[in-house]
Ligand binder design. Structure first.
Ligand code: PRP
Length: 209
């Protein structure tokens, strides 16, 4: 039986994703969540897990070093990789929003700081708004507080980061959940194994929704 290589995102999605696999009766070991190993074979399930930085998951899958992967819709939209999006897993639910200070003003060509420059540029372009996008790699909420940008585009989950920094949501752009994606060739060559994984995951997603 061939091995299915699964790219898993380390970080905030990881625990929910591994729980979903457990719920789907895929034998994930107990120490999986705390391991520092980057490649974890699970021969009982004919799977091998690759622990990836979330933003790199679509890259591994596009190049076929992972057959499938779990990734947030935010990363998927930003990276725009040539992969199949198979299932909405319904986990790590949050939203992408335009955020600013309560004192924000309409200005010409506002500066928008974000971790998602492609997604933000496209969003404003489609609405006919001219903005200057500034790419940052984290702590995006700092930007309006210290005068780097007029607004930010970022994820809101509980809203705590906004509250604690005195920022407000100006516009909700998209709702975000994690997705199962597949490499195009793997989807044909390992169709049986991928379909089985989809069915297993789908059965527990339906119960949860
Ligand atoms: C994300 C996001 C927000 C925060 C939202 O940051 O960029 O800052 O979480 O969550 P909340 O609404 O529950 O407060 P992350 O923790 O991924 O770190 P980052 O600053 O490196 O982007």
């Amino acid at each position: 039986m061939e091995i299915l290589k699964v790219a898993m995102p380390k970080g905030r999605i990881f625990k929910q994703a591994s729980q979903l696999f457990r719920d789907a009766n895929i034998p994930i070991p107990d120490d999986f969540d705390d391991s520092r190993k980057l490649i974890i074979p699970i021969p009982e399930a004919n799977m091998e897990f690759i622990m990836a930085k979330p933003v790199d998951v679509p890259t591994y899958v596009e190049y076929g070093v992972a057959d499938v992967g779990i990734v947030g819709k935010d990363v998927l939209m930003e990276e725009n990789r040539d992969v199949y999006e198979l299932i909405d897993l319904g986990i790590a639910r949050c939203r992408m929003s335009v955020i600013g200070l309560p004192t924000w003003k309409e200005v010409m060509n506002p500066k928008v700081a974000t971790k998602y420059p492609n997604l933000a540029s496209q969003y404003f372009r489609e609405r006919g708004h001219q903005v200057e996008v500034i790419k940052l790699n984290g702590s995006i909420e700092l930007a309006p507080l210290i005068g780097l940008s007029d607004r930010i585009v970022d994820m809101v989950e509980t809203g705590r980061t906004l509250r604690e920094n005195g920022l407000i949501e100006l516009e909700e752009m998209f709702s975000i959940t994690s997705r199962l994606i597949a490499n195009r060739v793997s989807y044909r060559m390992k169709n049986h194994a991928i379909q089985l994984l989809c069915d297993q995951l789908q059965s527990v997603i339906e119960i949860k929704v």
